[in-house]
Each structure stands twice: as C-alpha cells, then as structure tokens.
Ligand binder design. Structure first.
Ligand code: ATP
Length: 310
C-alpha cells in the first residue's frame, strides 16, 4: 500500500542539550520518582533529527557520539515518533535519522533531546499542527526532561522535572563542558544519592530566590556563585576523578562549575567567549577531560531546520 506521505519532503529538526544551573532533589515519592526543583538552560550543542517516509519504522544514528545509542525500539526518538503516531491516528511508519553531537549518558539529556526533536519533526511531517503545549504534554509521557527540550530557553522544572515555568533570564552565558568518554547511568546516580543520604528524609525542594535574581540580572558572576547540584556528591562518589576535573577548571579561571545533571559532564561558567577559549585550551592541555566543548545559552528548543512547509 502506498504511504499517504509518499513524496513528502523529509523534515530535519535541530535540538539543543541542557545544563541544570540548579538541581535540588527531594526524597523519592511513592511512585519512585524524586521530586525536583531545577533550573534548566538549553545550550548550543545540538543533535539533528530527520524523519522521512518509509515502509517500516527504523532509526539510524551517525555523528561524533553515535556509539552507545540504541538503534532498536528502545531508541527514545523512535519511541517518540511511534507514540505520536498512535495518539494522532497515523498508520504509516517513518525512518528516523539522528546526527548525534550531544554526549551520550553525559547528564545533558541527549536521549530526551532526540525524543523532543522527533515529536516536533513528526508533527511537521504529518502536518498535525499541534500547539507547543500539546507537544509538551506528549513529551512529558516520554521522560521528565523531554518537555524542556521542546521548549528550550531557561525554565524552572518541578514535579519530576516535567512541569515547566518560564525563568526570566537576561543575556547570554558562556559555558565550557568537560566531557568524559564513559557515561554515568542516571538511575545509578539517583540511587547513590539516596544511599549517601541514608534514612534522612529531604522535603520536596523549592527553587532558590538567589538563582532567579542572578538570572534576571544577567550577572554571570552572581550566577556562577549559586550553581548547585544535589546529585554532584553522588556523581563524585561513583566517579571520584570528577572532583579533580572540577578543581582543575576552577583553578584555570572558571567563574563557577558544577556537574551537569547526573554527570559525568562538568559544566563551567566563564566571563565571555575569550575566557571560554582559554579555559577549553587549558582543560584540553591538562588532560583533565577526554573532550572539551564550548557552548552558549540560552538557545531555542527543538526547531525545524529543513522541510518547513507554509
Ligand atoms: P539525562 O541528563 O536526561 O539523565 P543523559 O544525558 O545522562 O540523560 P542520555 O544521553 O539521554 O543520558 O542517554 C541515556 C541512555 O538512554 C543511553 O545510555 C542510551 O542507552 C539510551 N538512549 C535511548 N535513546 C537514545 C538516544 N536517542 N540518544 C541517546 N541515548 C539514548
């Protein structure tokens, strides 16, 4: 049977990675999820996700971080496409291609980013015309970080991270990321956080007013001073070498540094582009990290690059 979409132009969506400026974690809820108060920022490391007409569901991955990404039904981009098809009553499969430039299992939500991109791409390809809010609701069913990667910018996340409120942020921040060549499992890092806390119960957290004030002012030094991640000690416990990476970056002149999400990527804030280049050179020369990348934030969430229709 010929697909209703035969001959339709492929759609490519670009999606950013995220860093958590603040990640406050409460004790697990009855459903096993940890209540969070987080401040996400979308940063300019991108995956590109293309969907096109096909006679079967498939996913192909290329690019610098293709290794370690599943190409079966567990791939989050493919799951997102299939889920949206089921919701929207689309019967025809698509082929998904991911160009992967976001580190895998690096605490930068690369898999969630691909899911967000697949939703936006399929919405466009199937001409569903869904509102962003509808896409974000669909996204929340796929994973806690997925709605933010649809939205982008800077936002406060609550619940398990899926409930978003805008955060007023002024200016552009310059980041340097020290990326490990071996990822950390997000569930393992949360479990380690619980283990380190023992029987102490931690109330559902609230975002810190200082972080909001620093973002509103656009003052990079103020923001650098309030970076905080409750998962950092757990990431250090599982990967002790990360302490030295953080110390190295701060010693080389970063204004602030923090483990990104569940790690092992360490994110450093710097004054400007020049300072970012200097820090990236210093971190590379010291051998502190397998790979060093620079980026800016905030940037837009998942957006159509090629294949836009009017
Ligand atoms: P988070 O910051 O949301 O905790 P992360 O950045 O640490 O996530 P991901 O890169 O999202 O981690 O990958 C976590 C795991 O998800 C991978 O080890 C991989 O097995 C699986 N996965 C499924 N689909 C994808 C995808 N499209 N890209 C990357 N990983 C995927």
């Amino acid at each position: 049977m010929t697909s209703a979409w035969a001959g339709a132009a492929p759609v490519t969506v670009r999606v950013p990675a995220k860093v958590n400026l603040e990640l406050l974690v409460g004790s697990p809820r009855a459903d096993g999820f940890h209540p969070l108060a987080t401040v996400y920022q979308a940063v300019s490391l991108y995956d590109d996700v293309t969907v096109e007409e096909s006679d079967r569901w498939s996913v192909t991955v290329d690019g610098p971080y293709a290794g370690g990404v599943p190409t079966d039904g567990s791939n989050l981009a493919l799951r997102a496409a299939r889920r949206l098809a089921a919701t929207a009553g689309v019967l025809d499969p698509v082929a998904v291609t991911i160009h992967k430039d976001i580190p895998v299992a690096g605490g930068m939500a690369g898999g969630s980013a691909d899911a967000a991109a697949a939703l936006v791409a399929c919405d466009q390809f199937w001409q569903l015309g869904l509102e962003k809010s509808a896409l974000e609701m669909e996204a929340a069913e796929l994973g806690s970080d997925v709605p933010f990667l649809v939205r982008g910018g800077t936002a406060i996340g609550s619940g398990r991270g899926e409930l978003l409120a805008p955060a007023l942020a002024r200016g552009t921040f310059h980041w340097v990321f020290a990326i490990s060549d071996e990822g950390l499992s997000t569930p393992a890092v949360y479990a380690e956080c619980d283990r380190l806390r023992g029987s102490a119960s931690v109330a559902p957290p609230e975002p810190k007013p200082e972080t909001m004030a620093a973002l509103r002012s656009g003052d990079v030094r103020a923001l650098a001073a309030v970076l905080e991640n409750d998962l950092q000690e757990a990431a250090f416990s599982l990967r002790p070498a990360l302490r030295a990476v953080l110390a190295e970056g701060l010693g080389l002149g970063a204004l602030g540094g923090v483990v990104s999400g569940s790690g092992p990527t360490v994110a450093f804030l710097v004054e400007d582009n020049e300072a970012g280049i200097d820090l990236a050179i210093g971190l590379t020369a010291s051998g502190a990290a397998a790979n060093v990348r620079r980026a800016t934030g905030p940037v837009h969430g998942a957006h159509v690059l090629v294949g836009a229709r009017d």
